[in-house]
Design a protein around this ligand. Structure first.
Ligand code: B16
Ligand code: MG
Length: 218
């Protein structure tokens, strides 16, 4: 049987921490006097912490010292950590365990490819840390999505060629990263937002094992 690499994004794909990022960024933006909408939040998904804050300050035409910048990043992360502190396996998104289990059973490579520096802590919280053959997160990369670095490192760690990899992503930046890595991109979310993906599903309940088997044997 063909062995492919299946690379999962974390926030918004495995767990719905995207909502906690939104709340923490909104609080920070409002604190410095900037409005923050869901549409703006969409542009931060998959984007690193530094780049996200740069974008928010830009939207509000605000310039801060380097020291203040770091203080704001810390403040956002502390706020975010207070949300994820209480997370349990109950917060794993629908049918993610079913797909992971099927991939394991079919002896496929399974990796995590996240921009988050908190990824390992979150995986431990929801008891999925041991499930992945490779974990690549914000602490392992120097270039943020839409740069393909995170997924290329994951493929390398799985020892599987990029063209043999499939990426599950909820962000525009992540889909672009997967496409430029020459991987099959699968969007999890809204079709109109993730139109650049090769396939889009609302969530994993829409993904059949038959679809996965076809990808494996393609
Ligand atoms: P942290 P993903 C990304 O994770 C999030 O989508 C994005 O909103 C966040 O800013 C980024 O991680 C950095 O996260 O502040 O925890 O290091 O979607 O690539 O798993
Ligand atoms: Mg994401």
């Amino acid at each position: 049987m063909n062995k492919r690499g299946f690379i999962f994004d974390l926030d918004g794909v495995i767990v719905d921490t995207a909502k906690y990022h939104f709340l923490a960024w909104k609080k920070l933006a409002n604190d410095v006097g900037i409005d923050f909408t869901e549409t703006q939040n969409e542009q931060l998904k998959g984007v690193s912490r530094v780049k996200s804050l740069e974008k928010i300050l830009n939207w509000g035409n605000i310039t801060v010292s380097e020291e203040k910048f770091h203080q704001l990043m810390d403040q956002k992360n502390q706020d975010y950590l207070s949300y994820i502190d209480t997370m349990t396996a109950n917060e794993i998104l629908v049918d993610v365990p079913r797909i992971l289990q099927h991939l394991k059973q079919e002896n496929q490579g399974v990796a995590l490819g996240s921009a988050s520096k908190n990824a390992r802590a979150i995986l431990k919280k929801v008891a999925l840390y041991e499930t992945f053959d490779a974990i690549v997160d914000g602490t392992n990369v120097s270039k943020a999505k839409p740069d393909p670095e995170v997924f290329l490192i994951a493929a390398k760690e799985l020892n599987i060629a990029p063209e043999q990899c499939v990426v599950f992503e909820d962000s525009i930046a992540g889909i672009q990263a997967a496409n430029s890595a020459n991987m099959i991109s699968i969007g999890i979310g809204e079709e109109d937002v993730l139109s650049e993906a090769n396939f889009v599903f609302k969530d994993f309940s829409e993904i059949s094992t038959d679809f996965i088997n076809k990808l494996i044997n393609k």
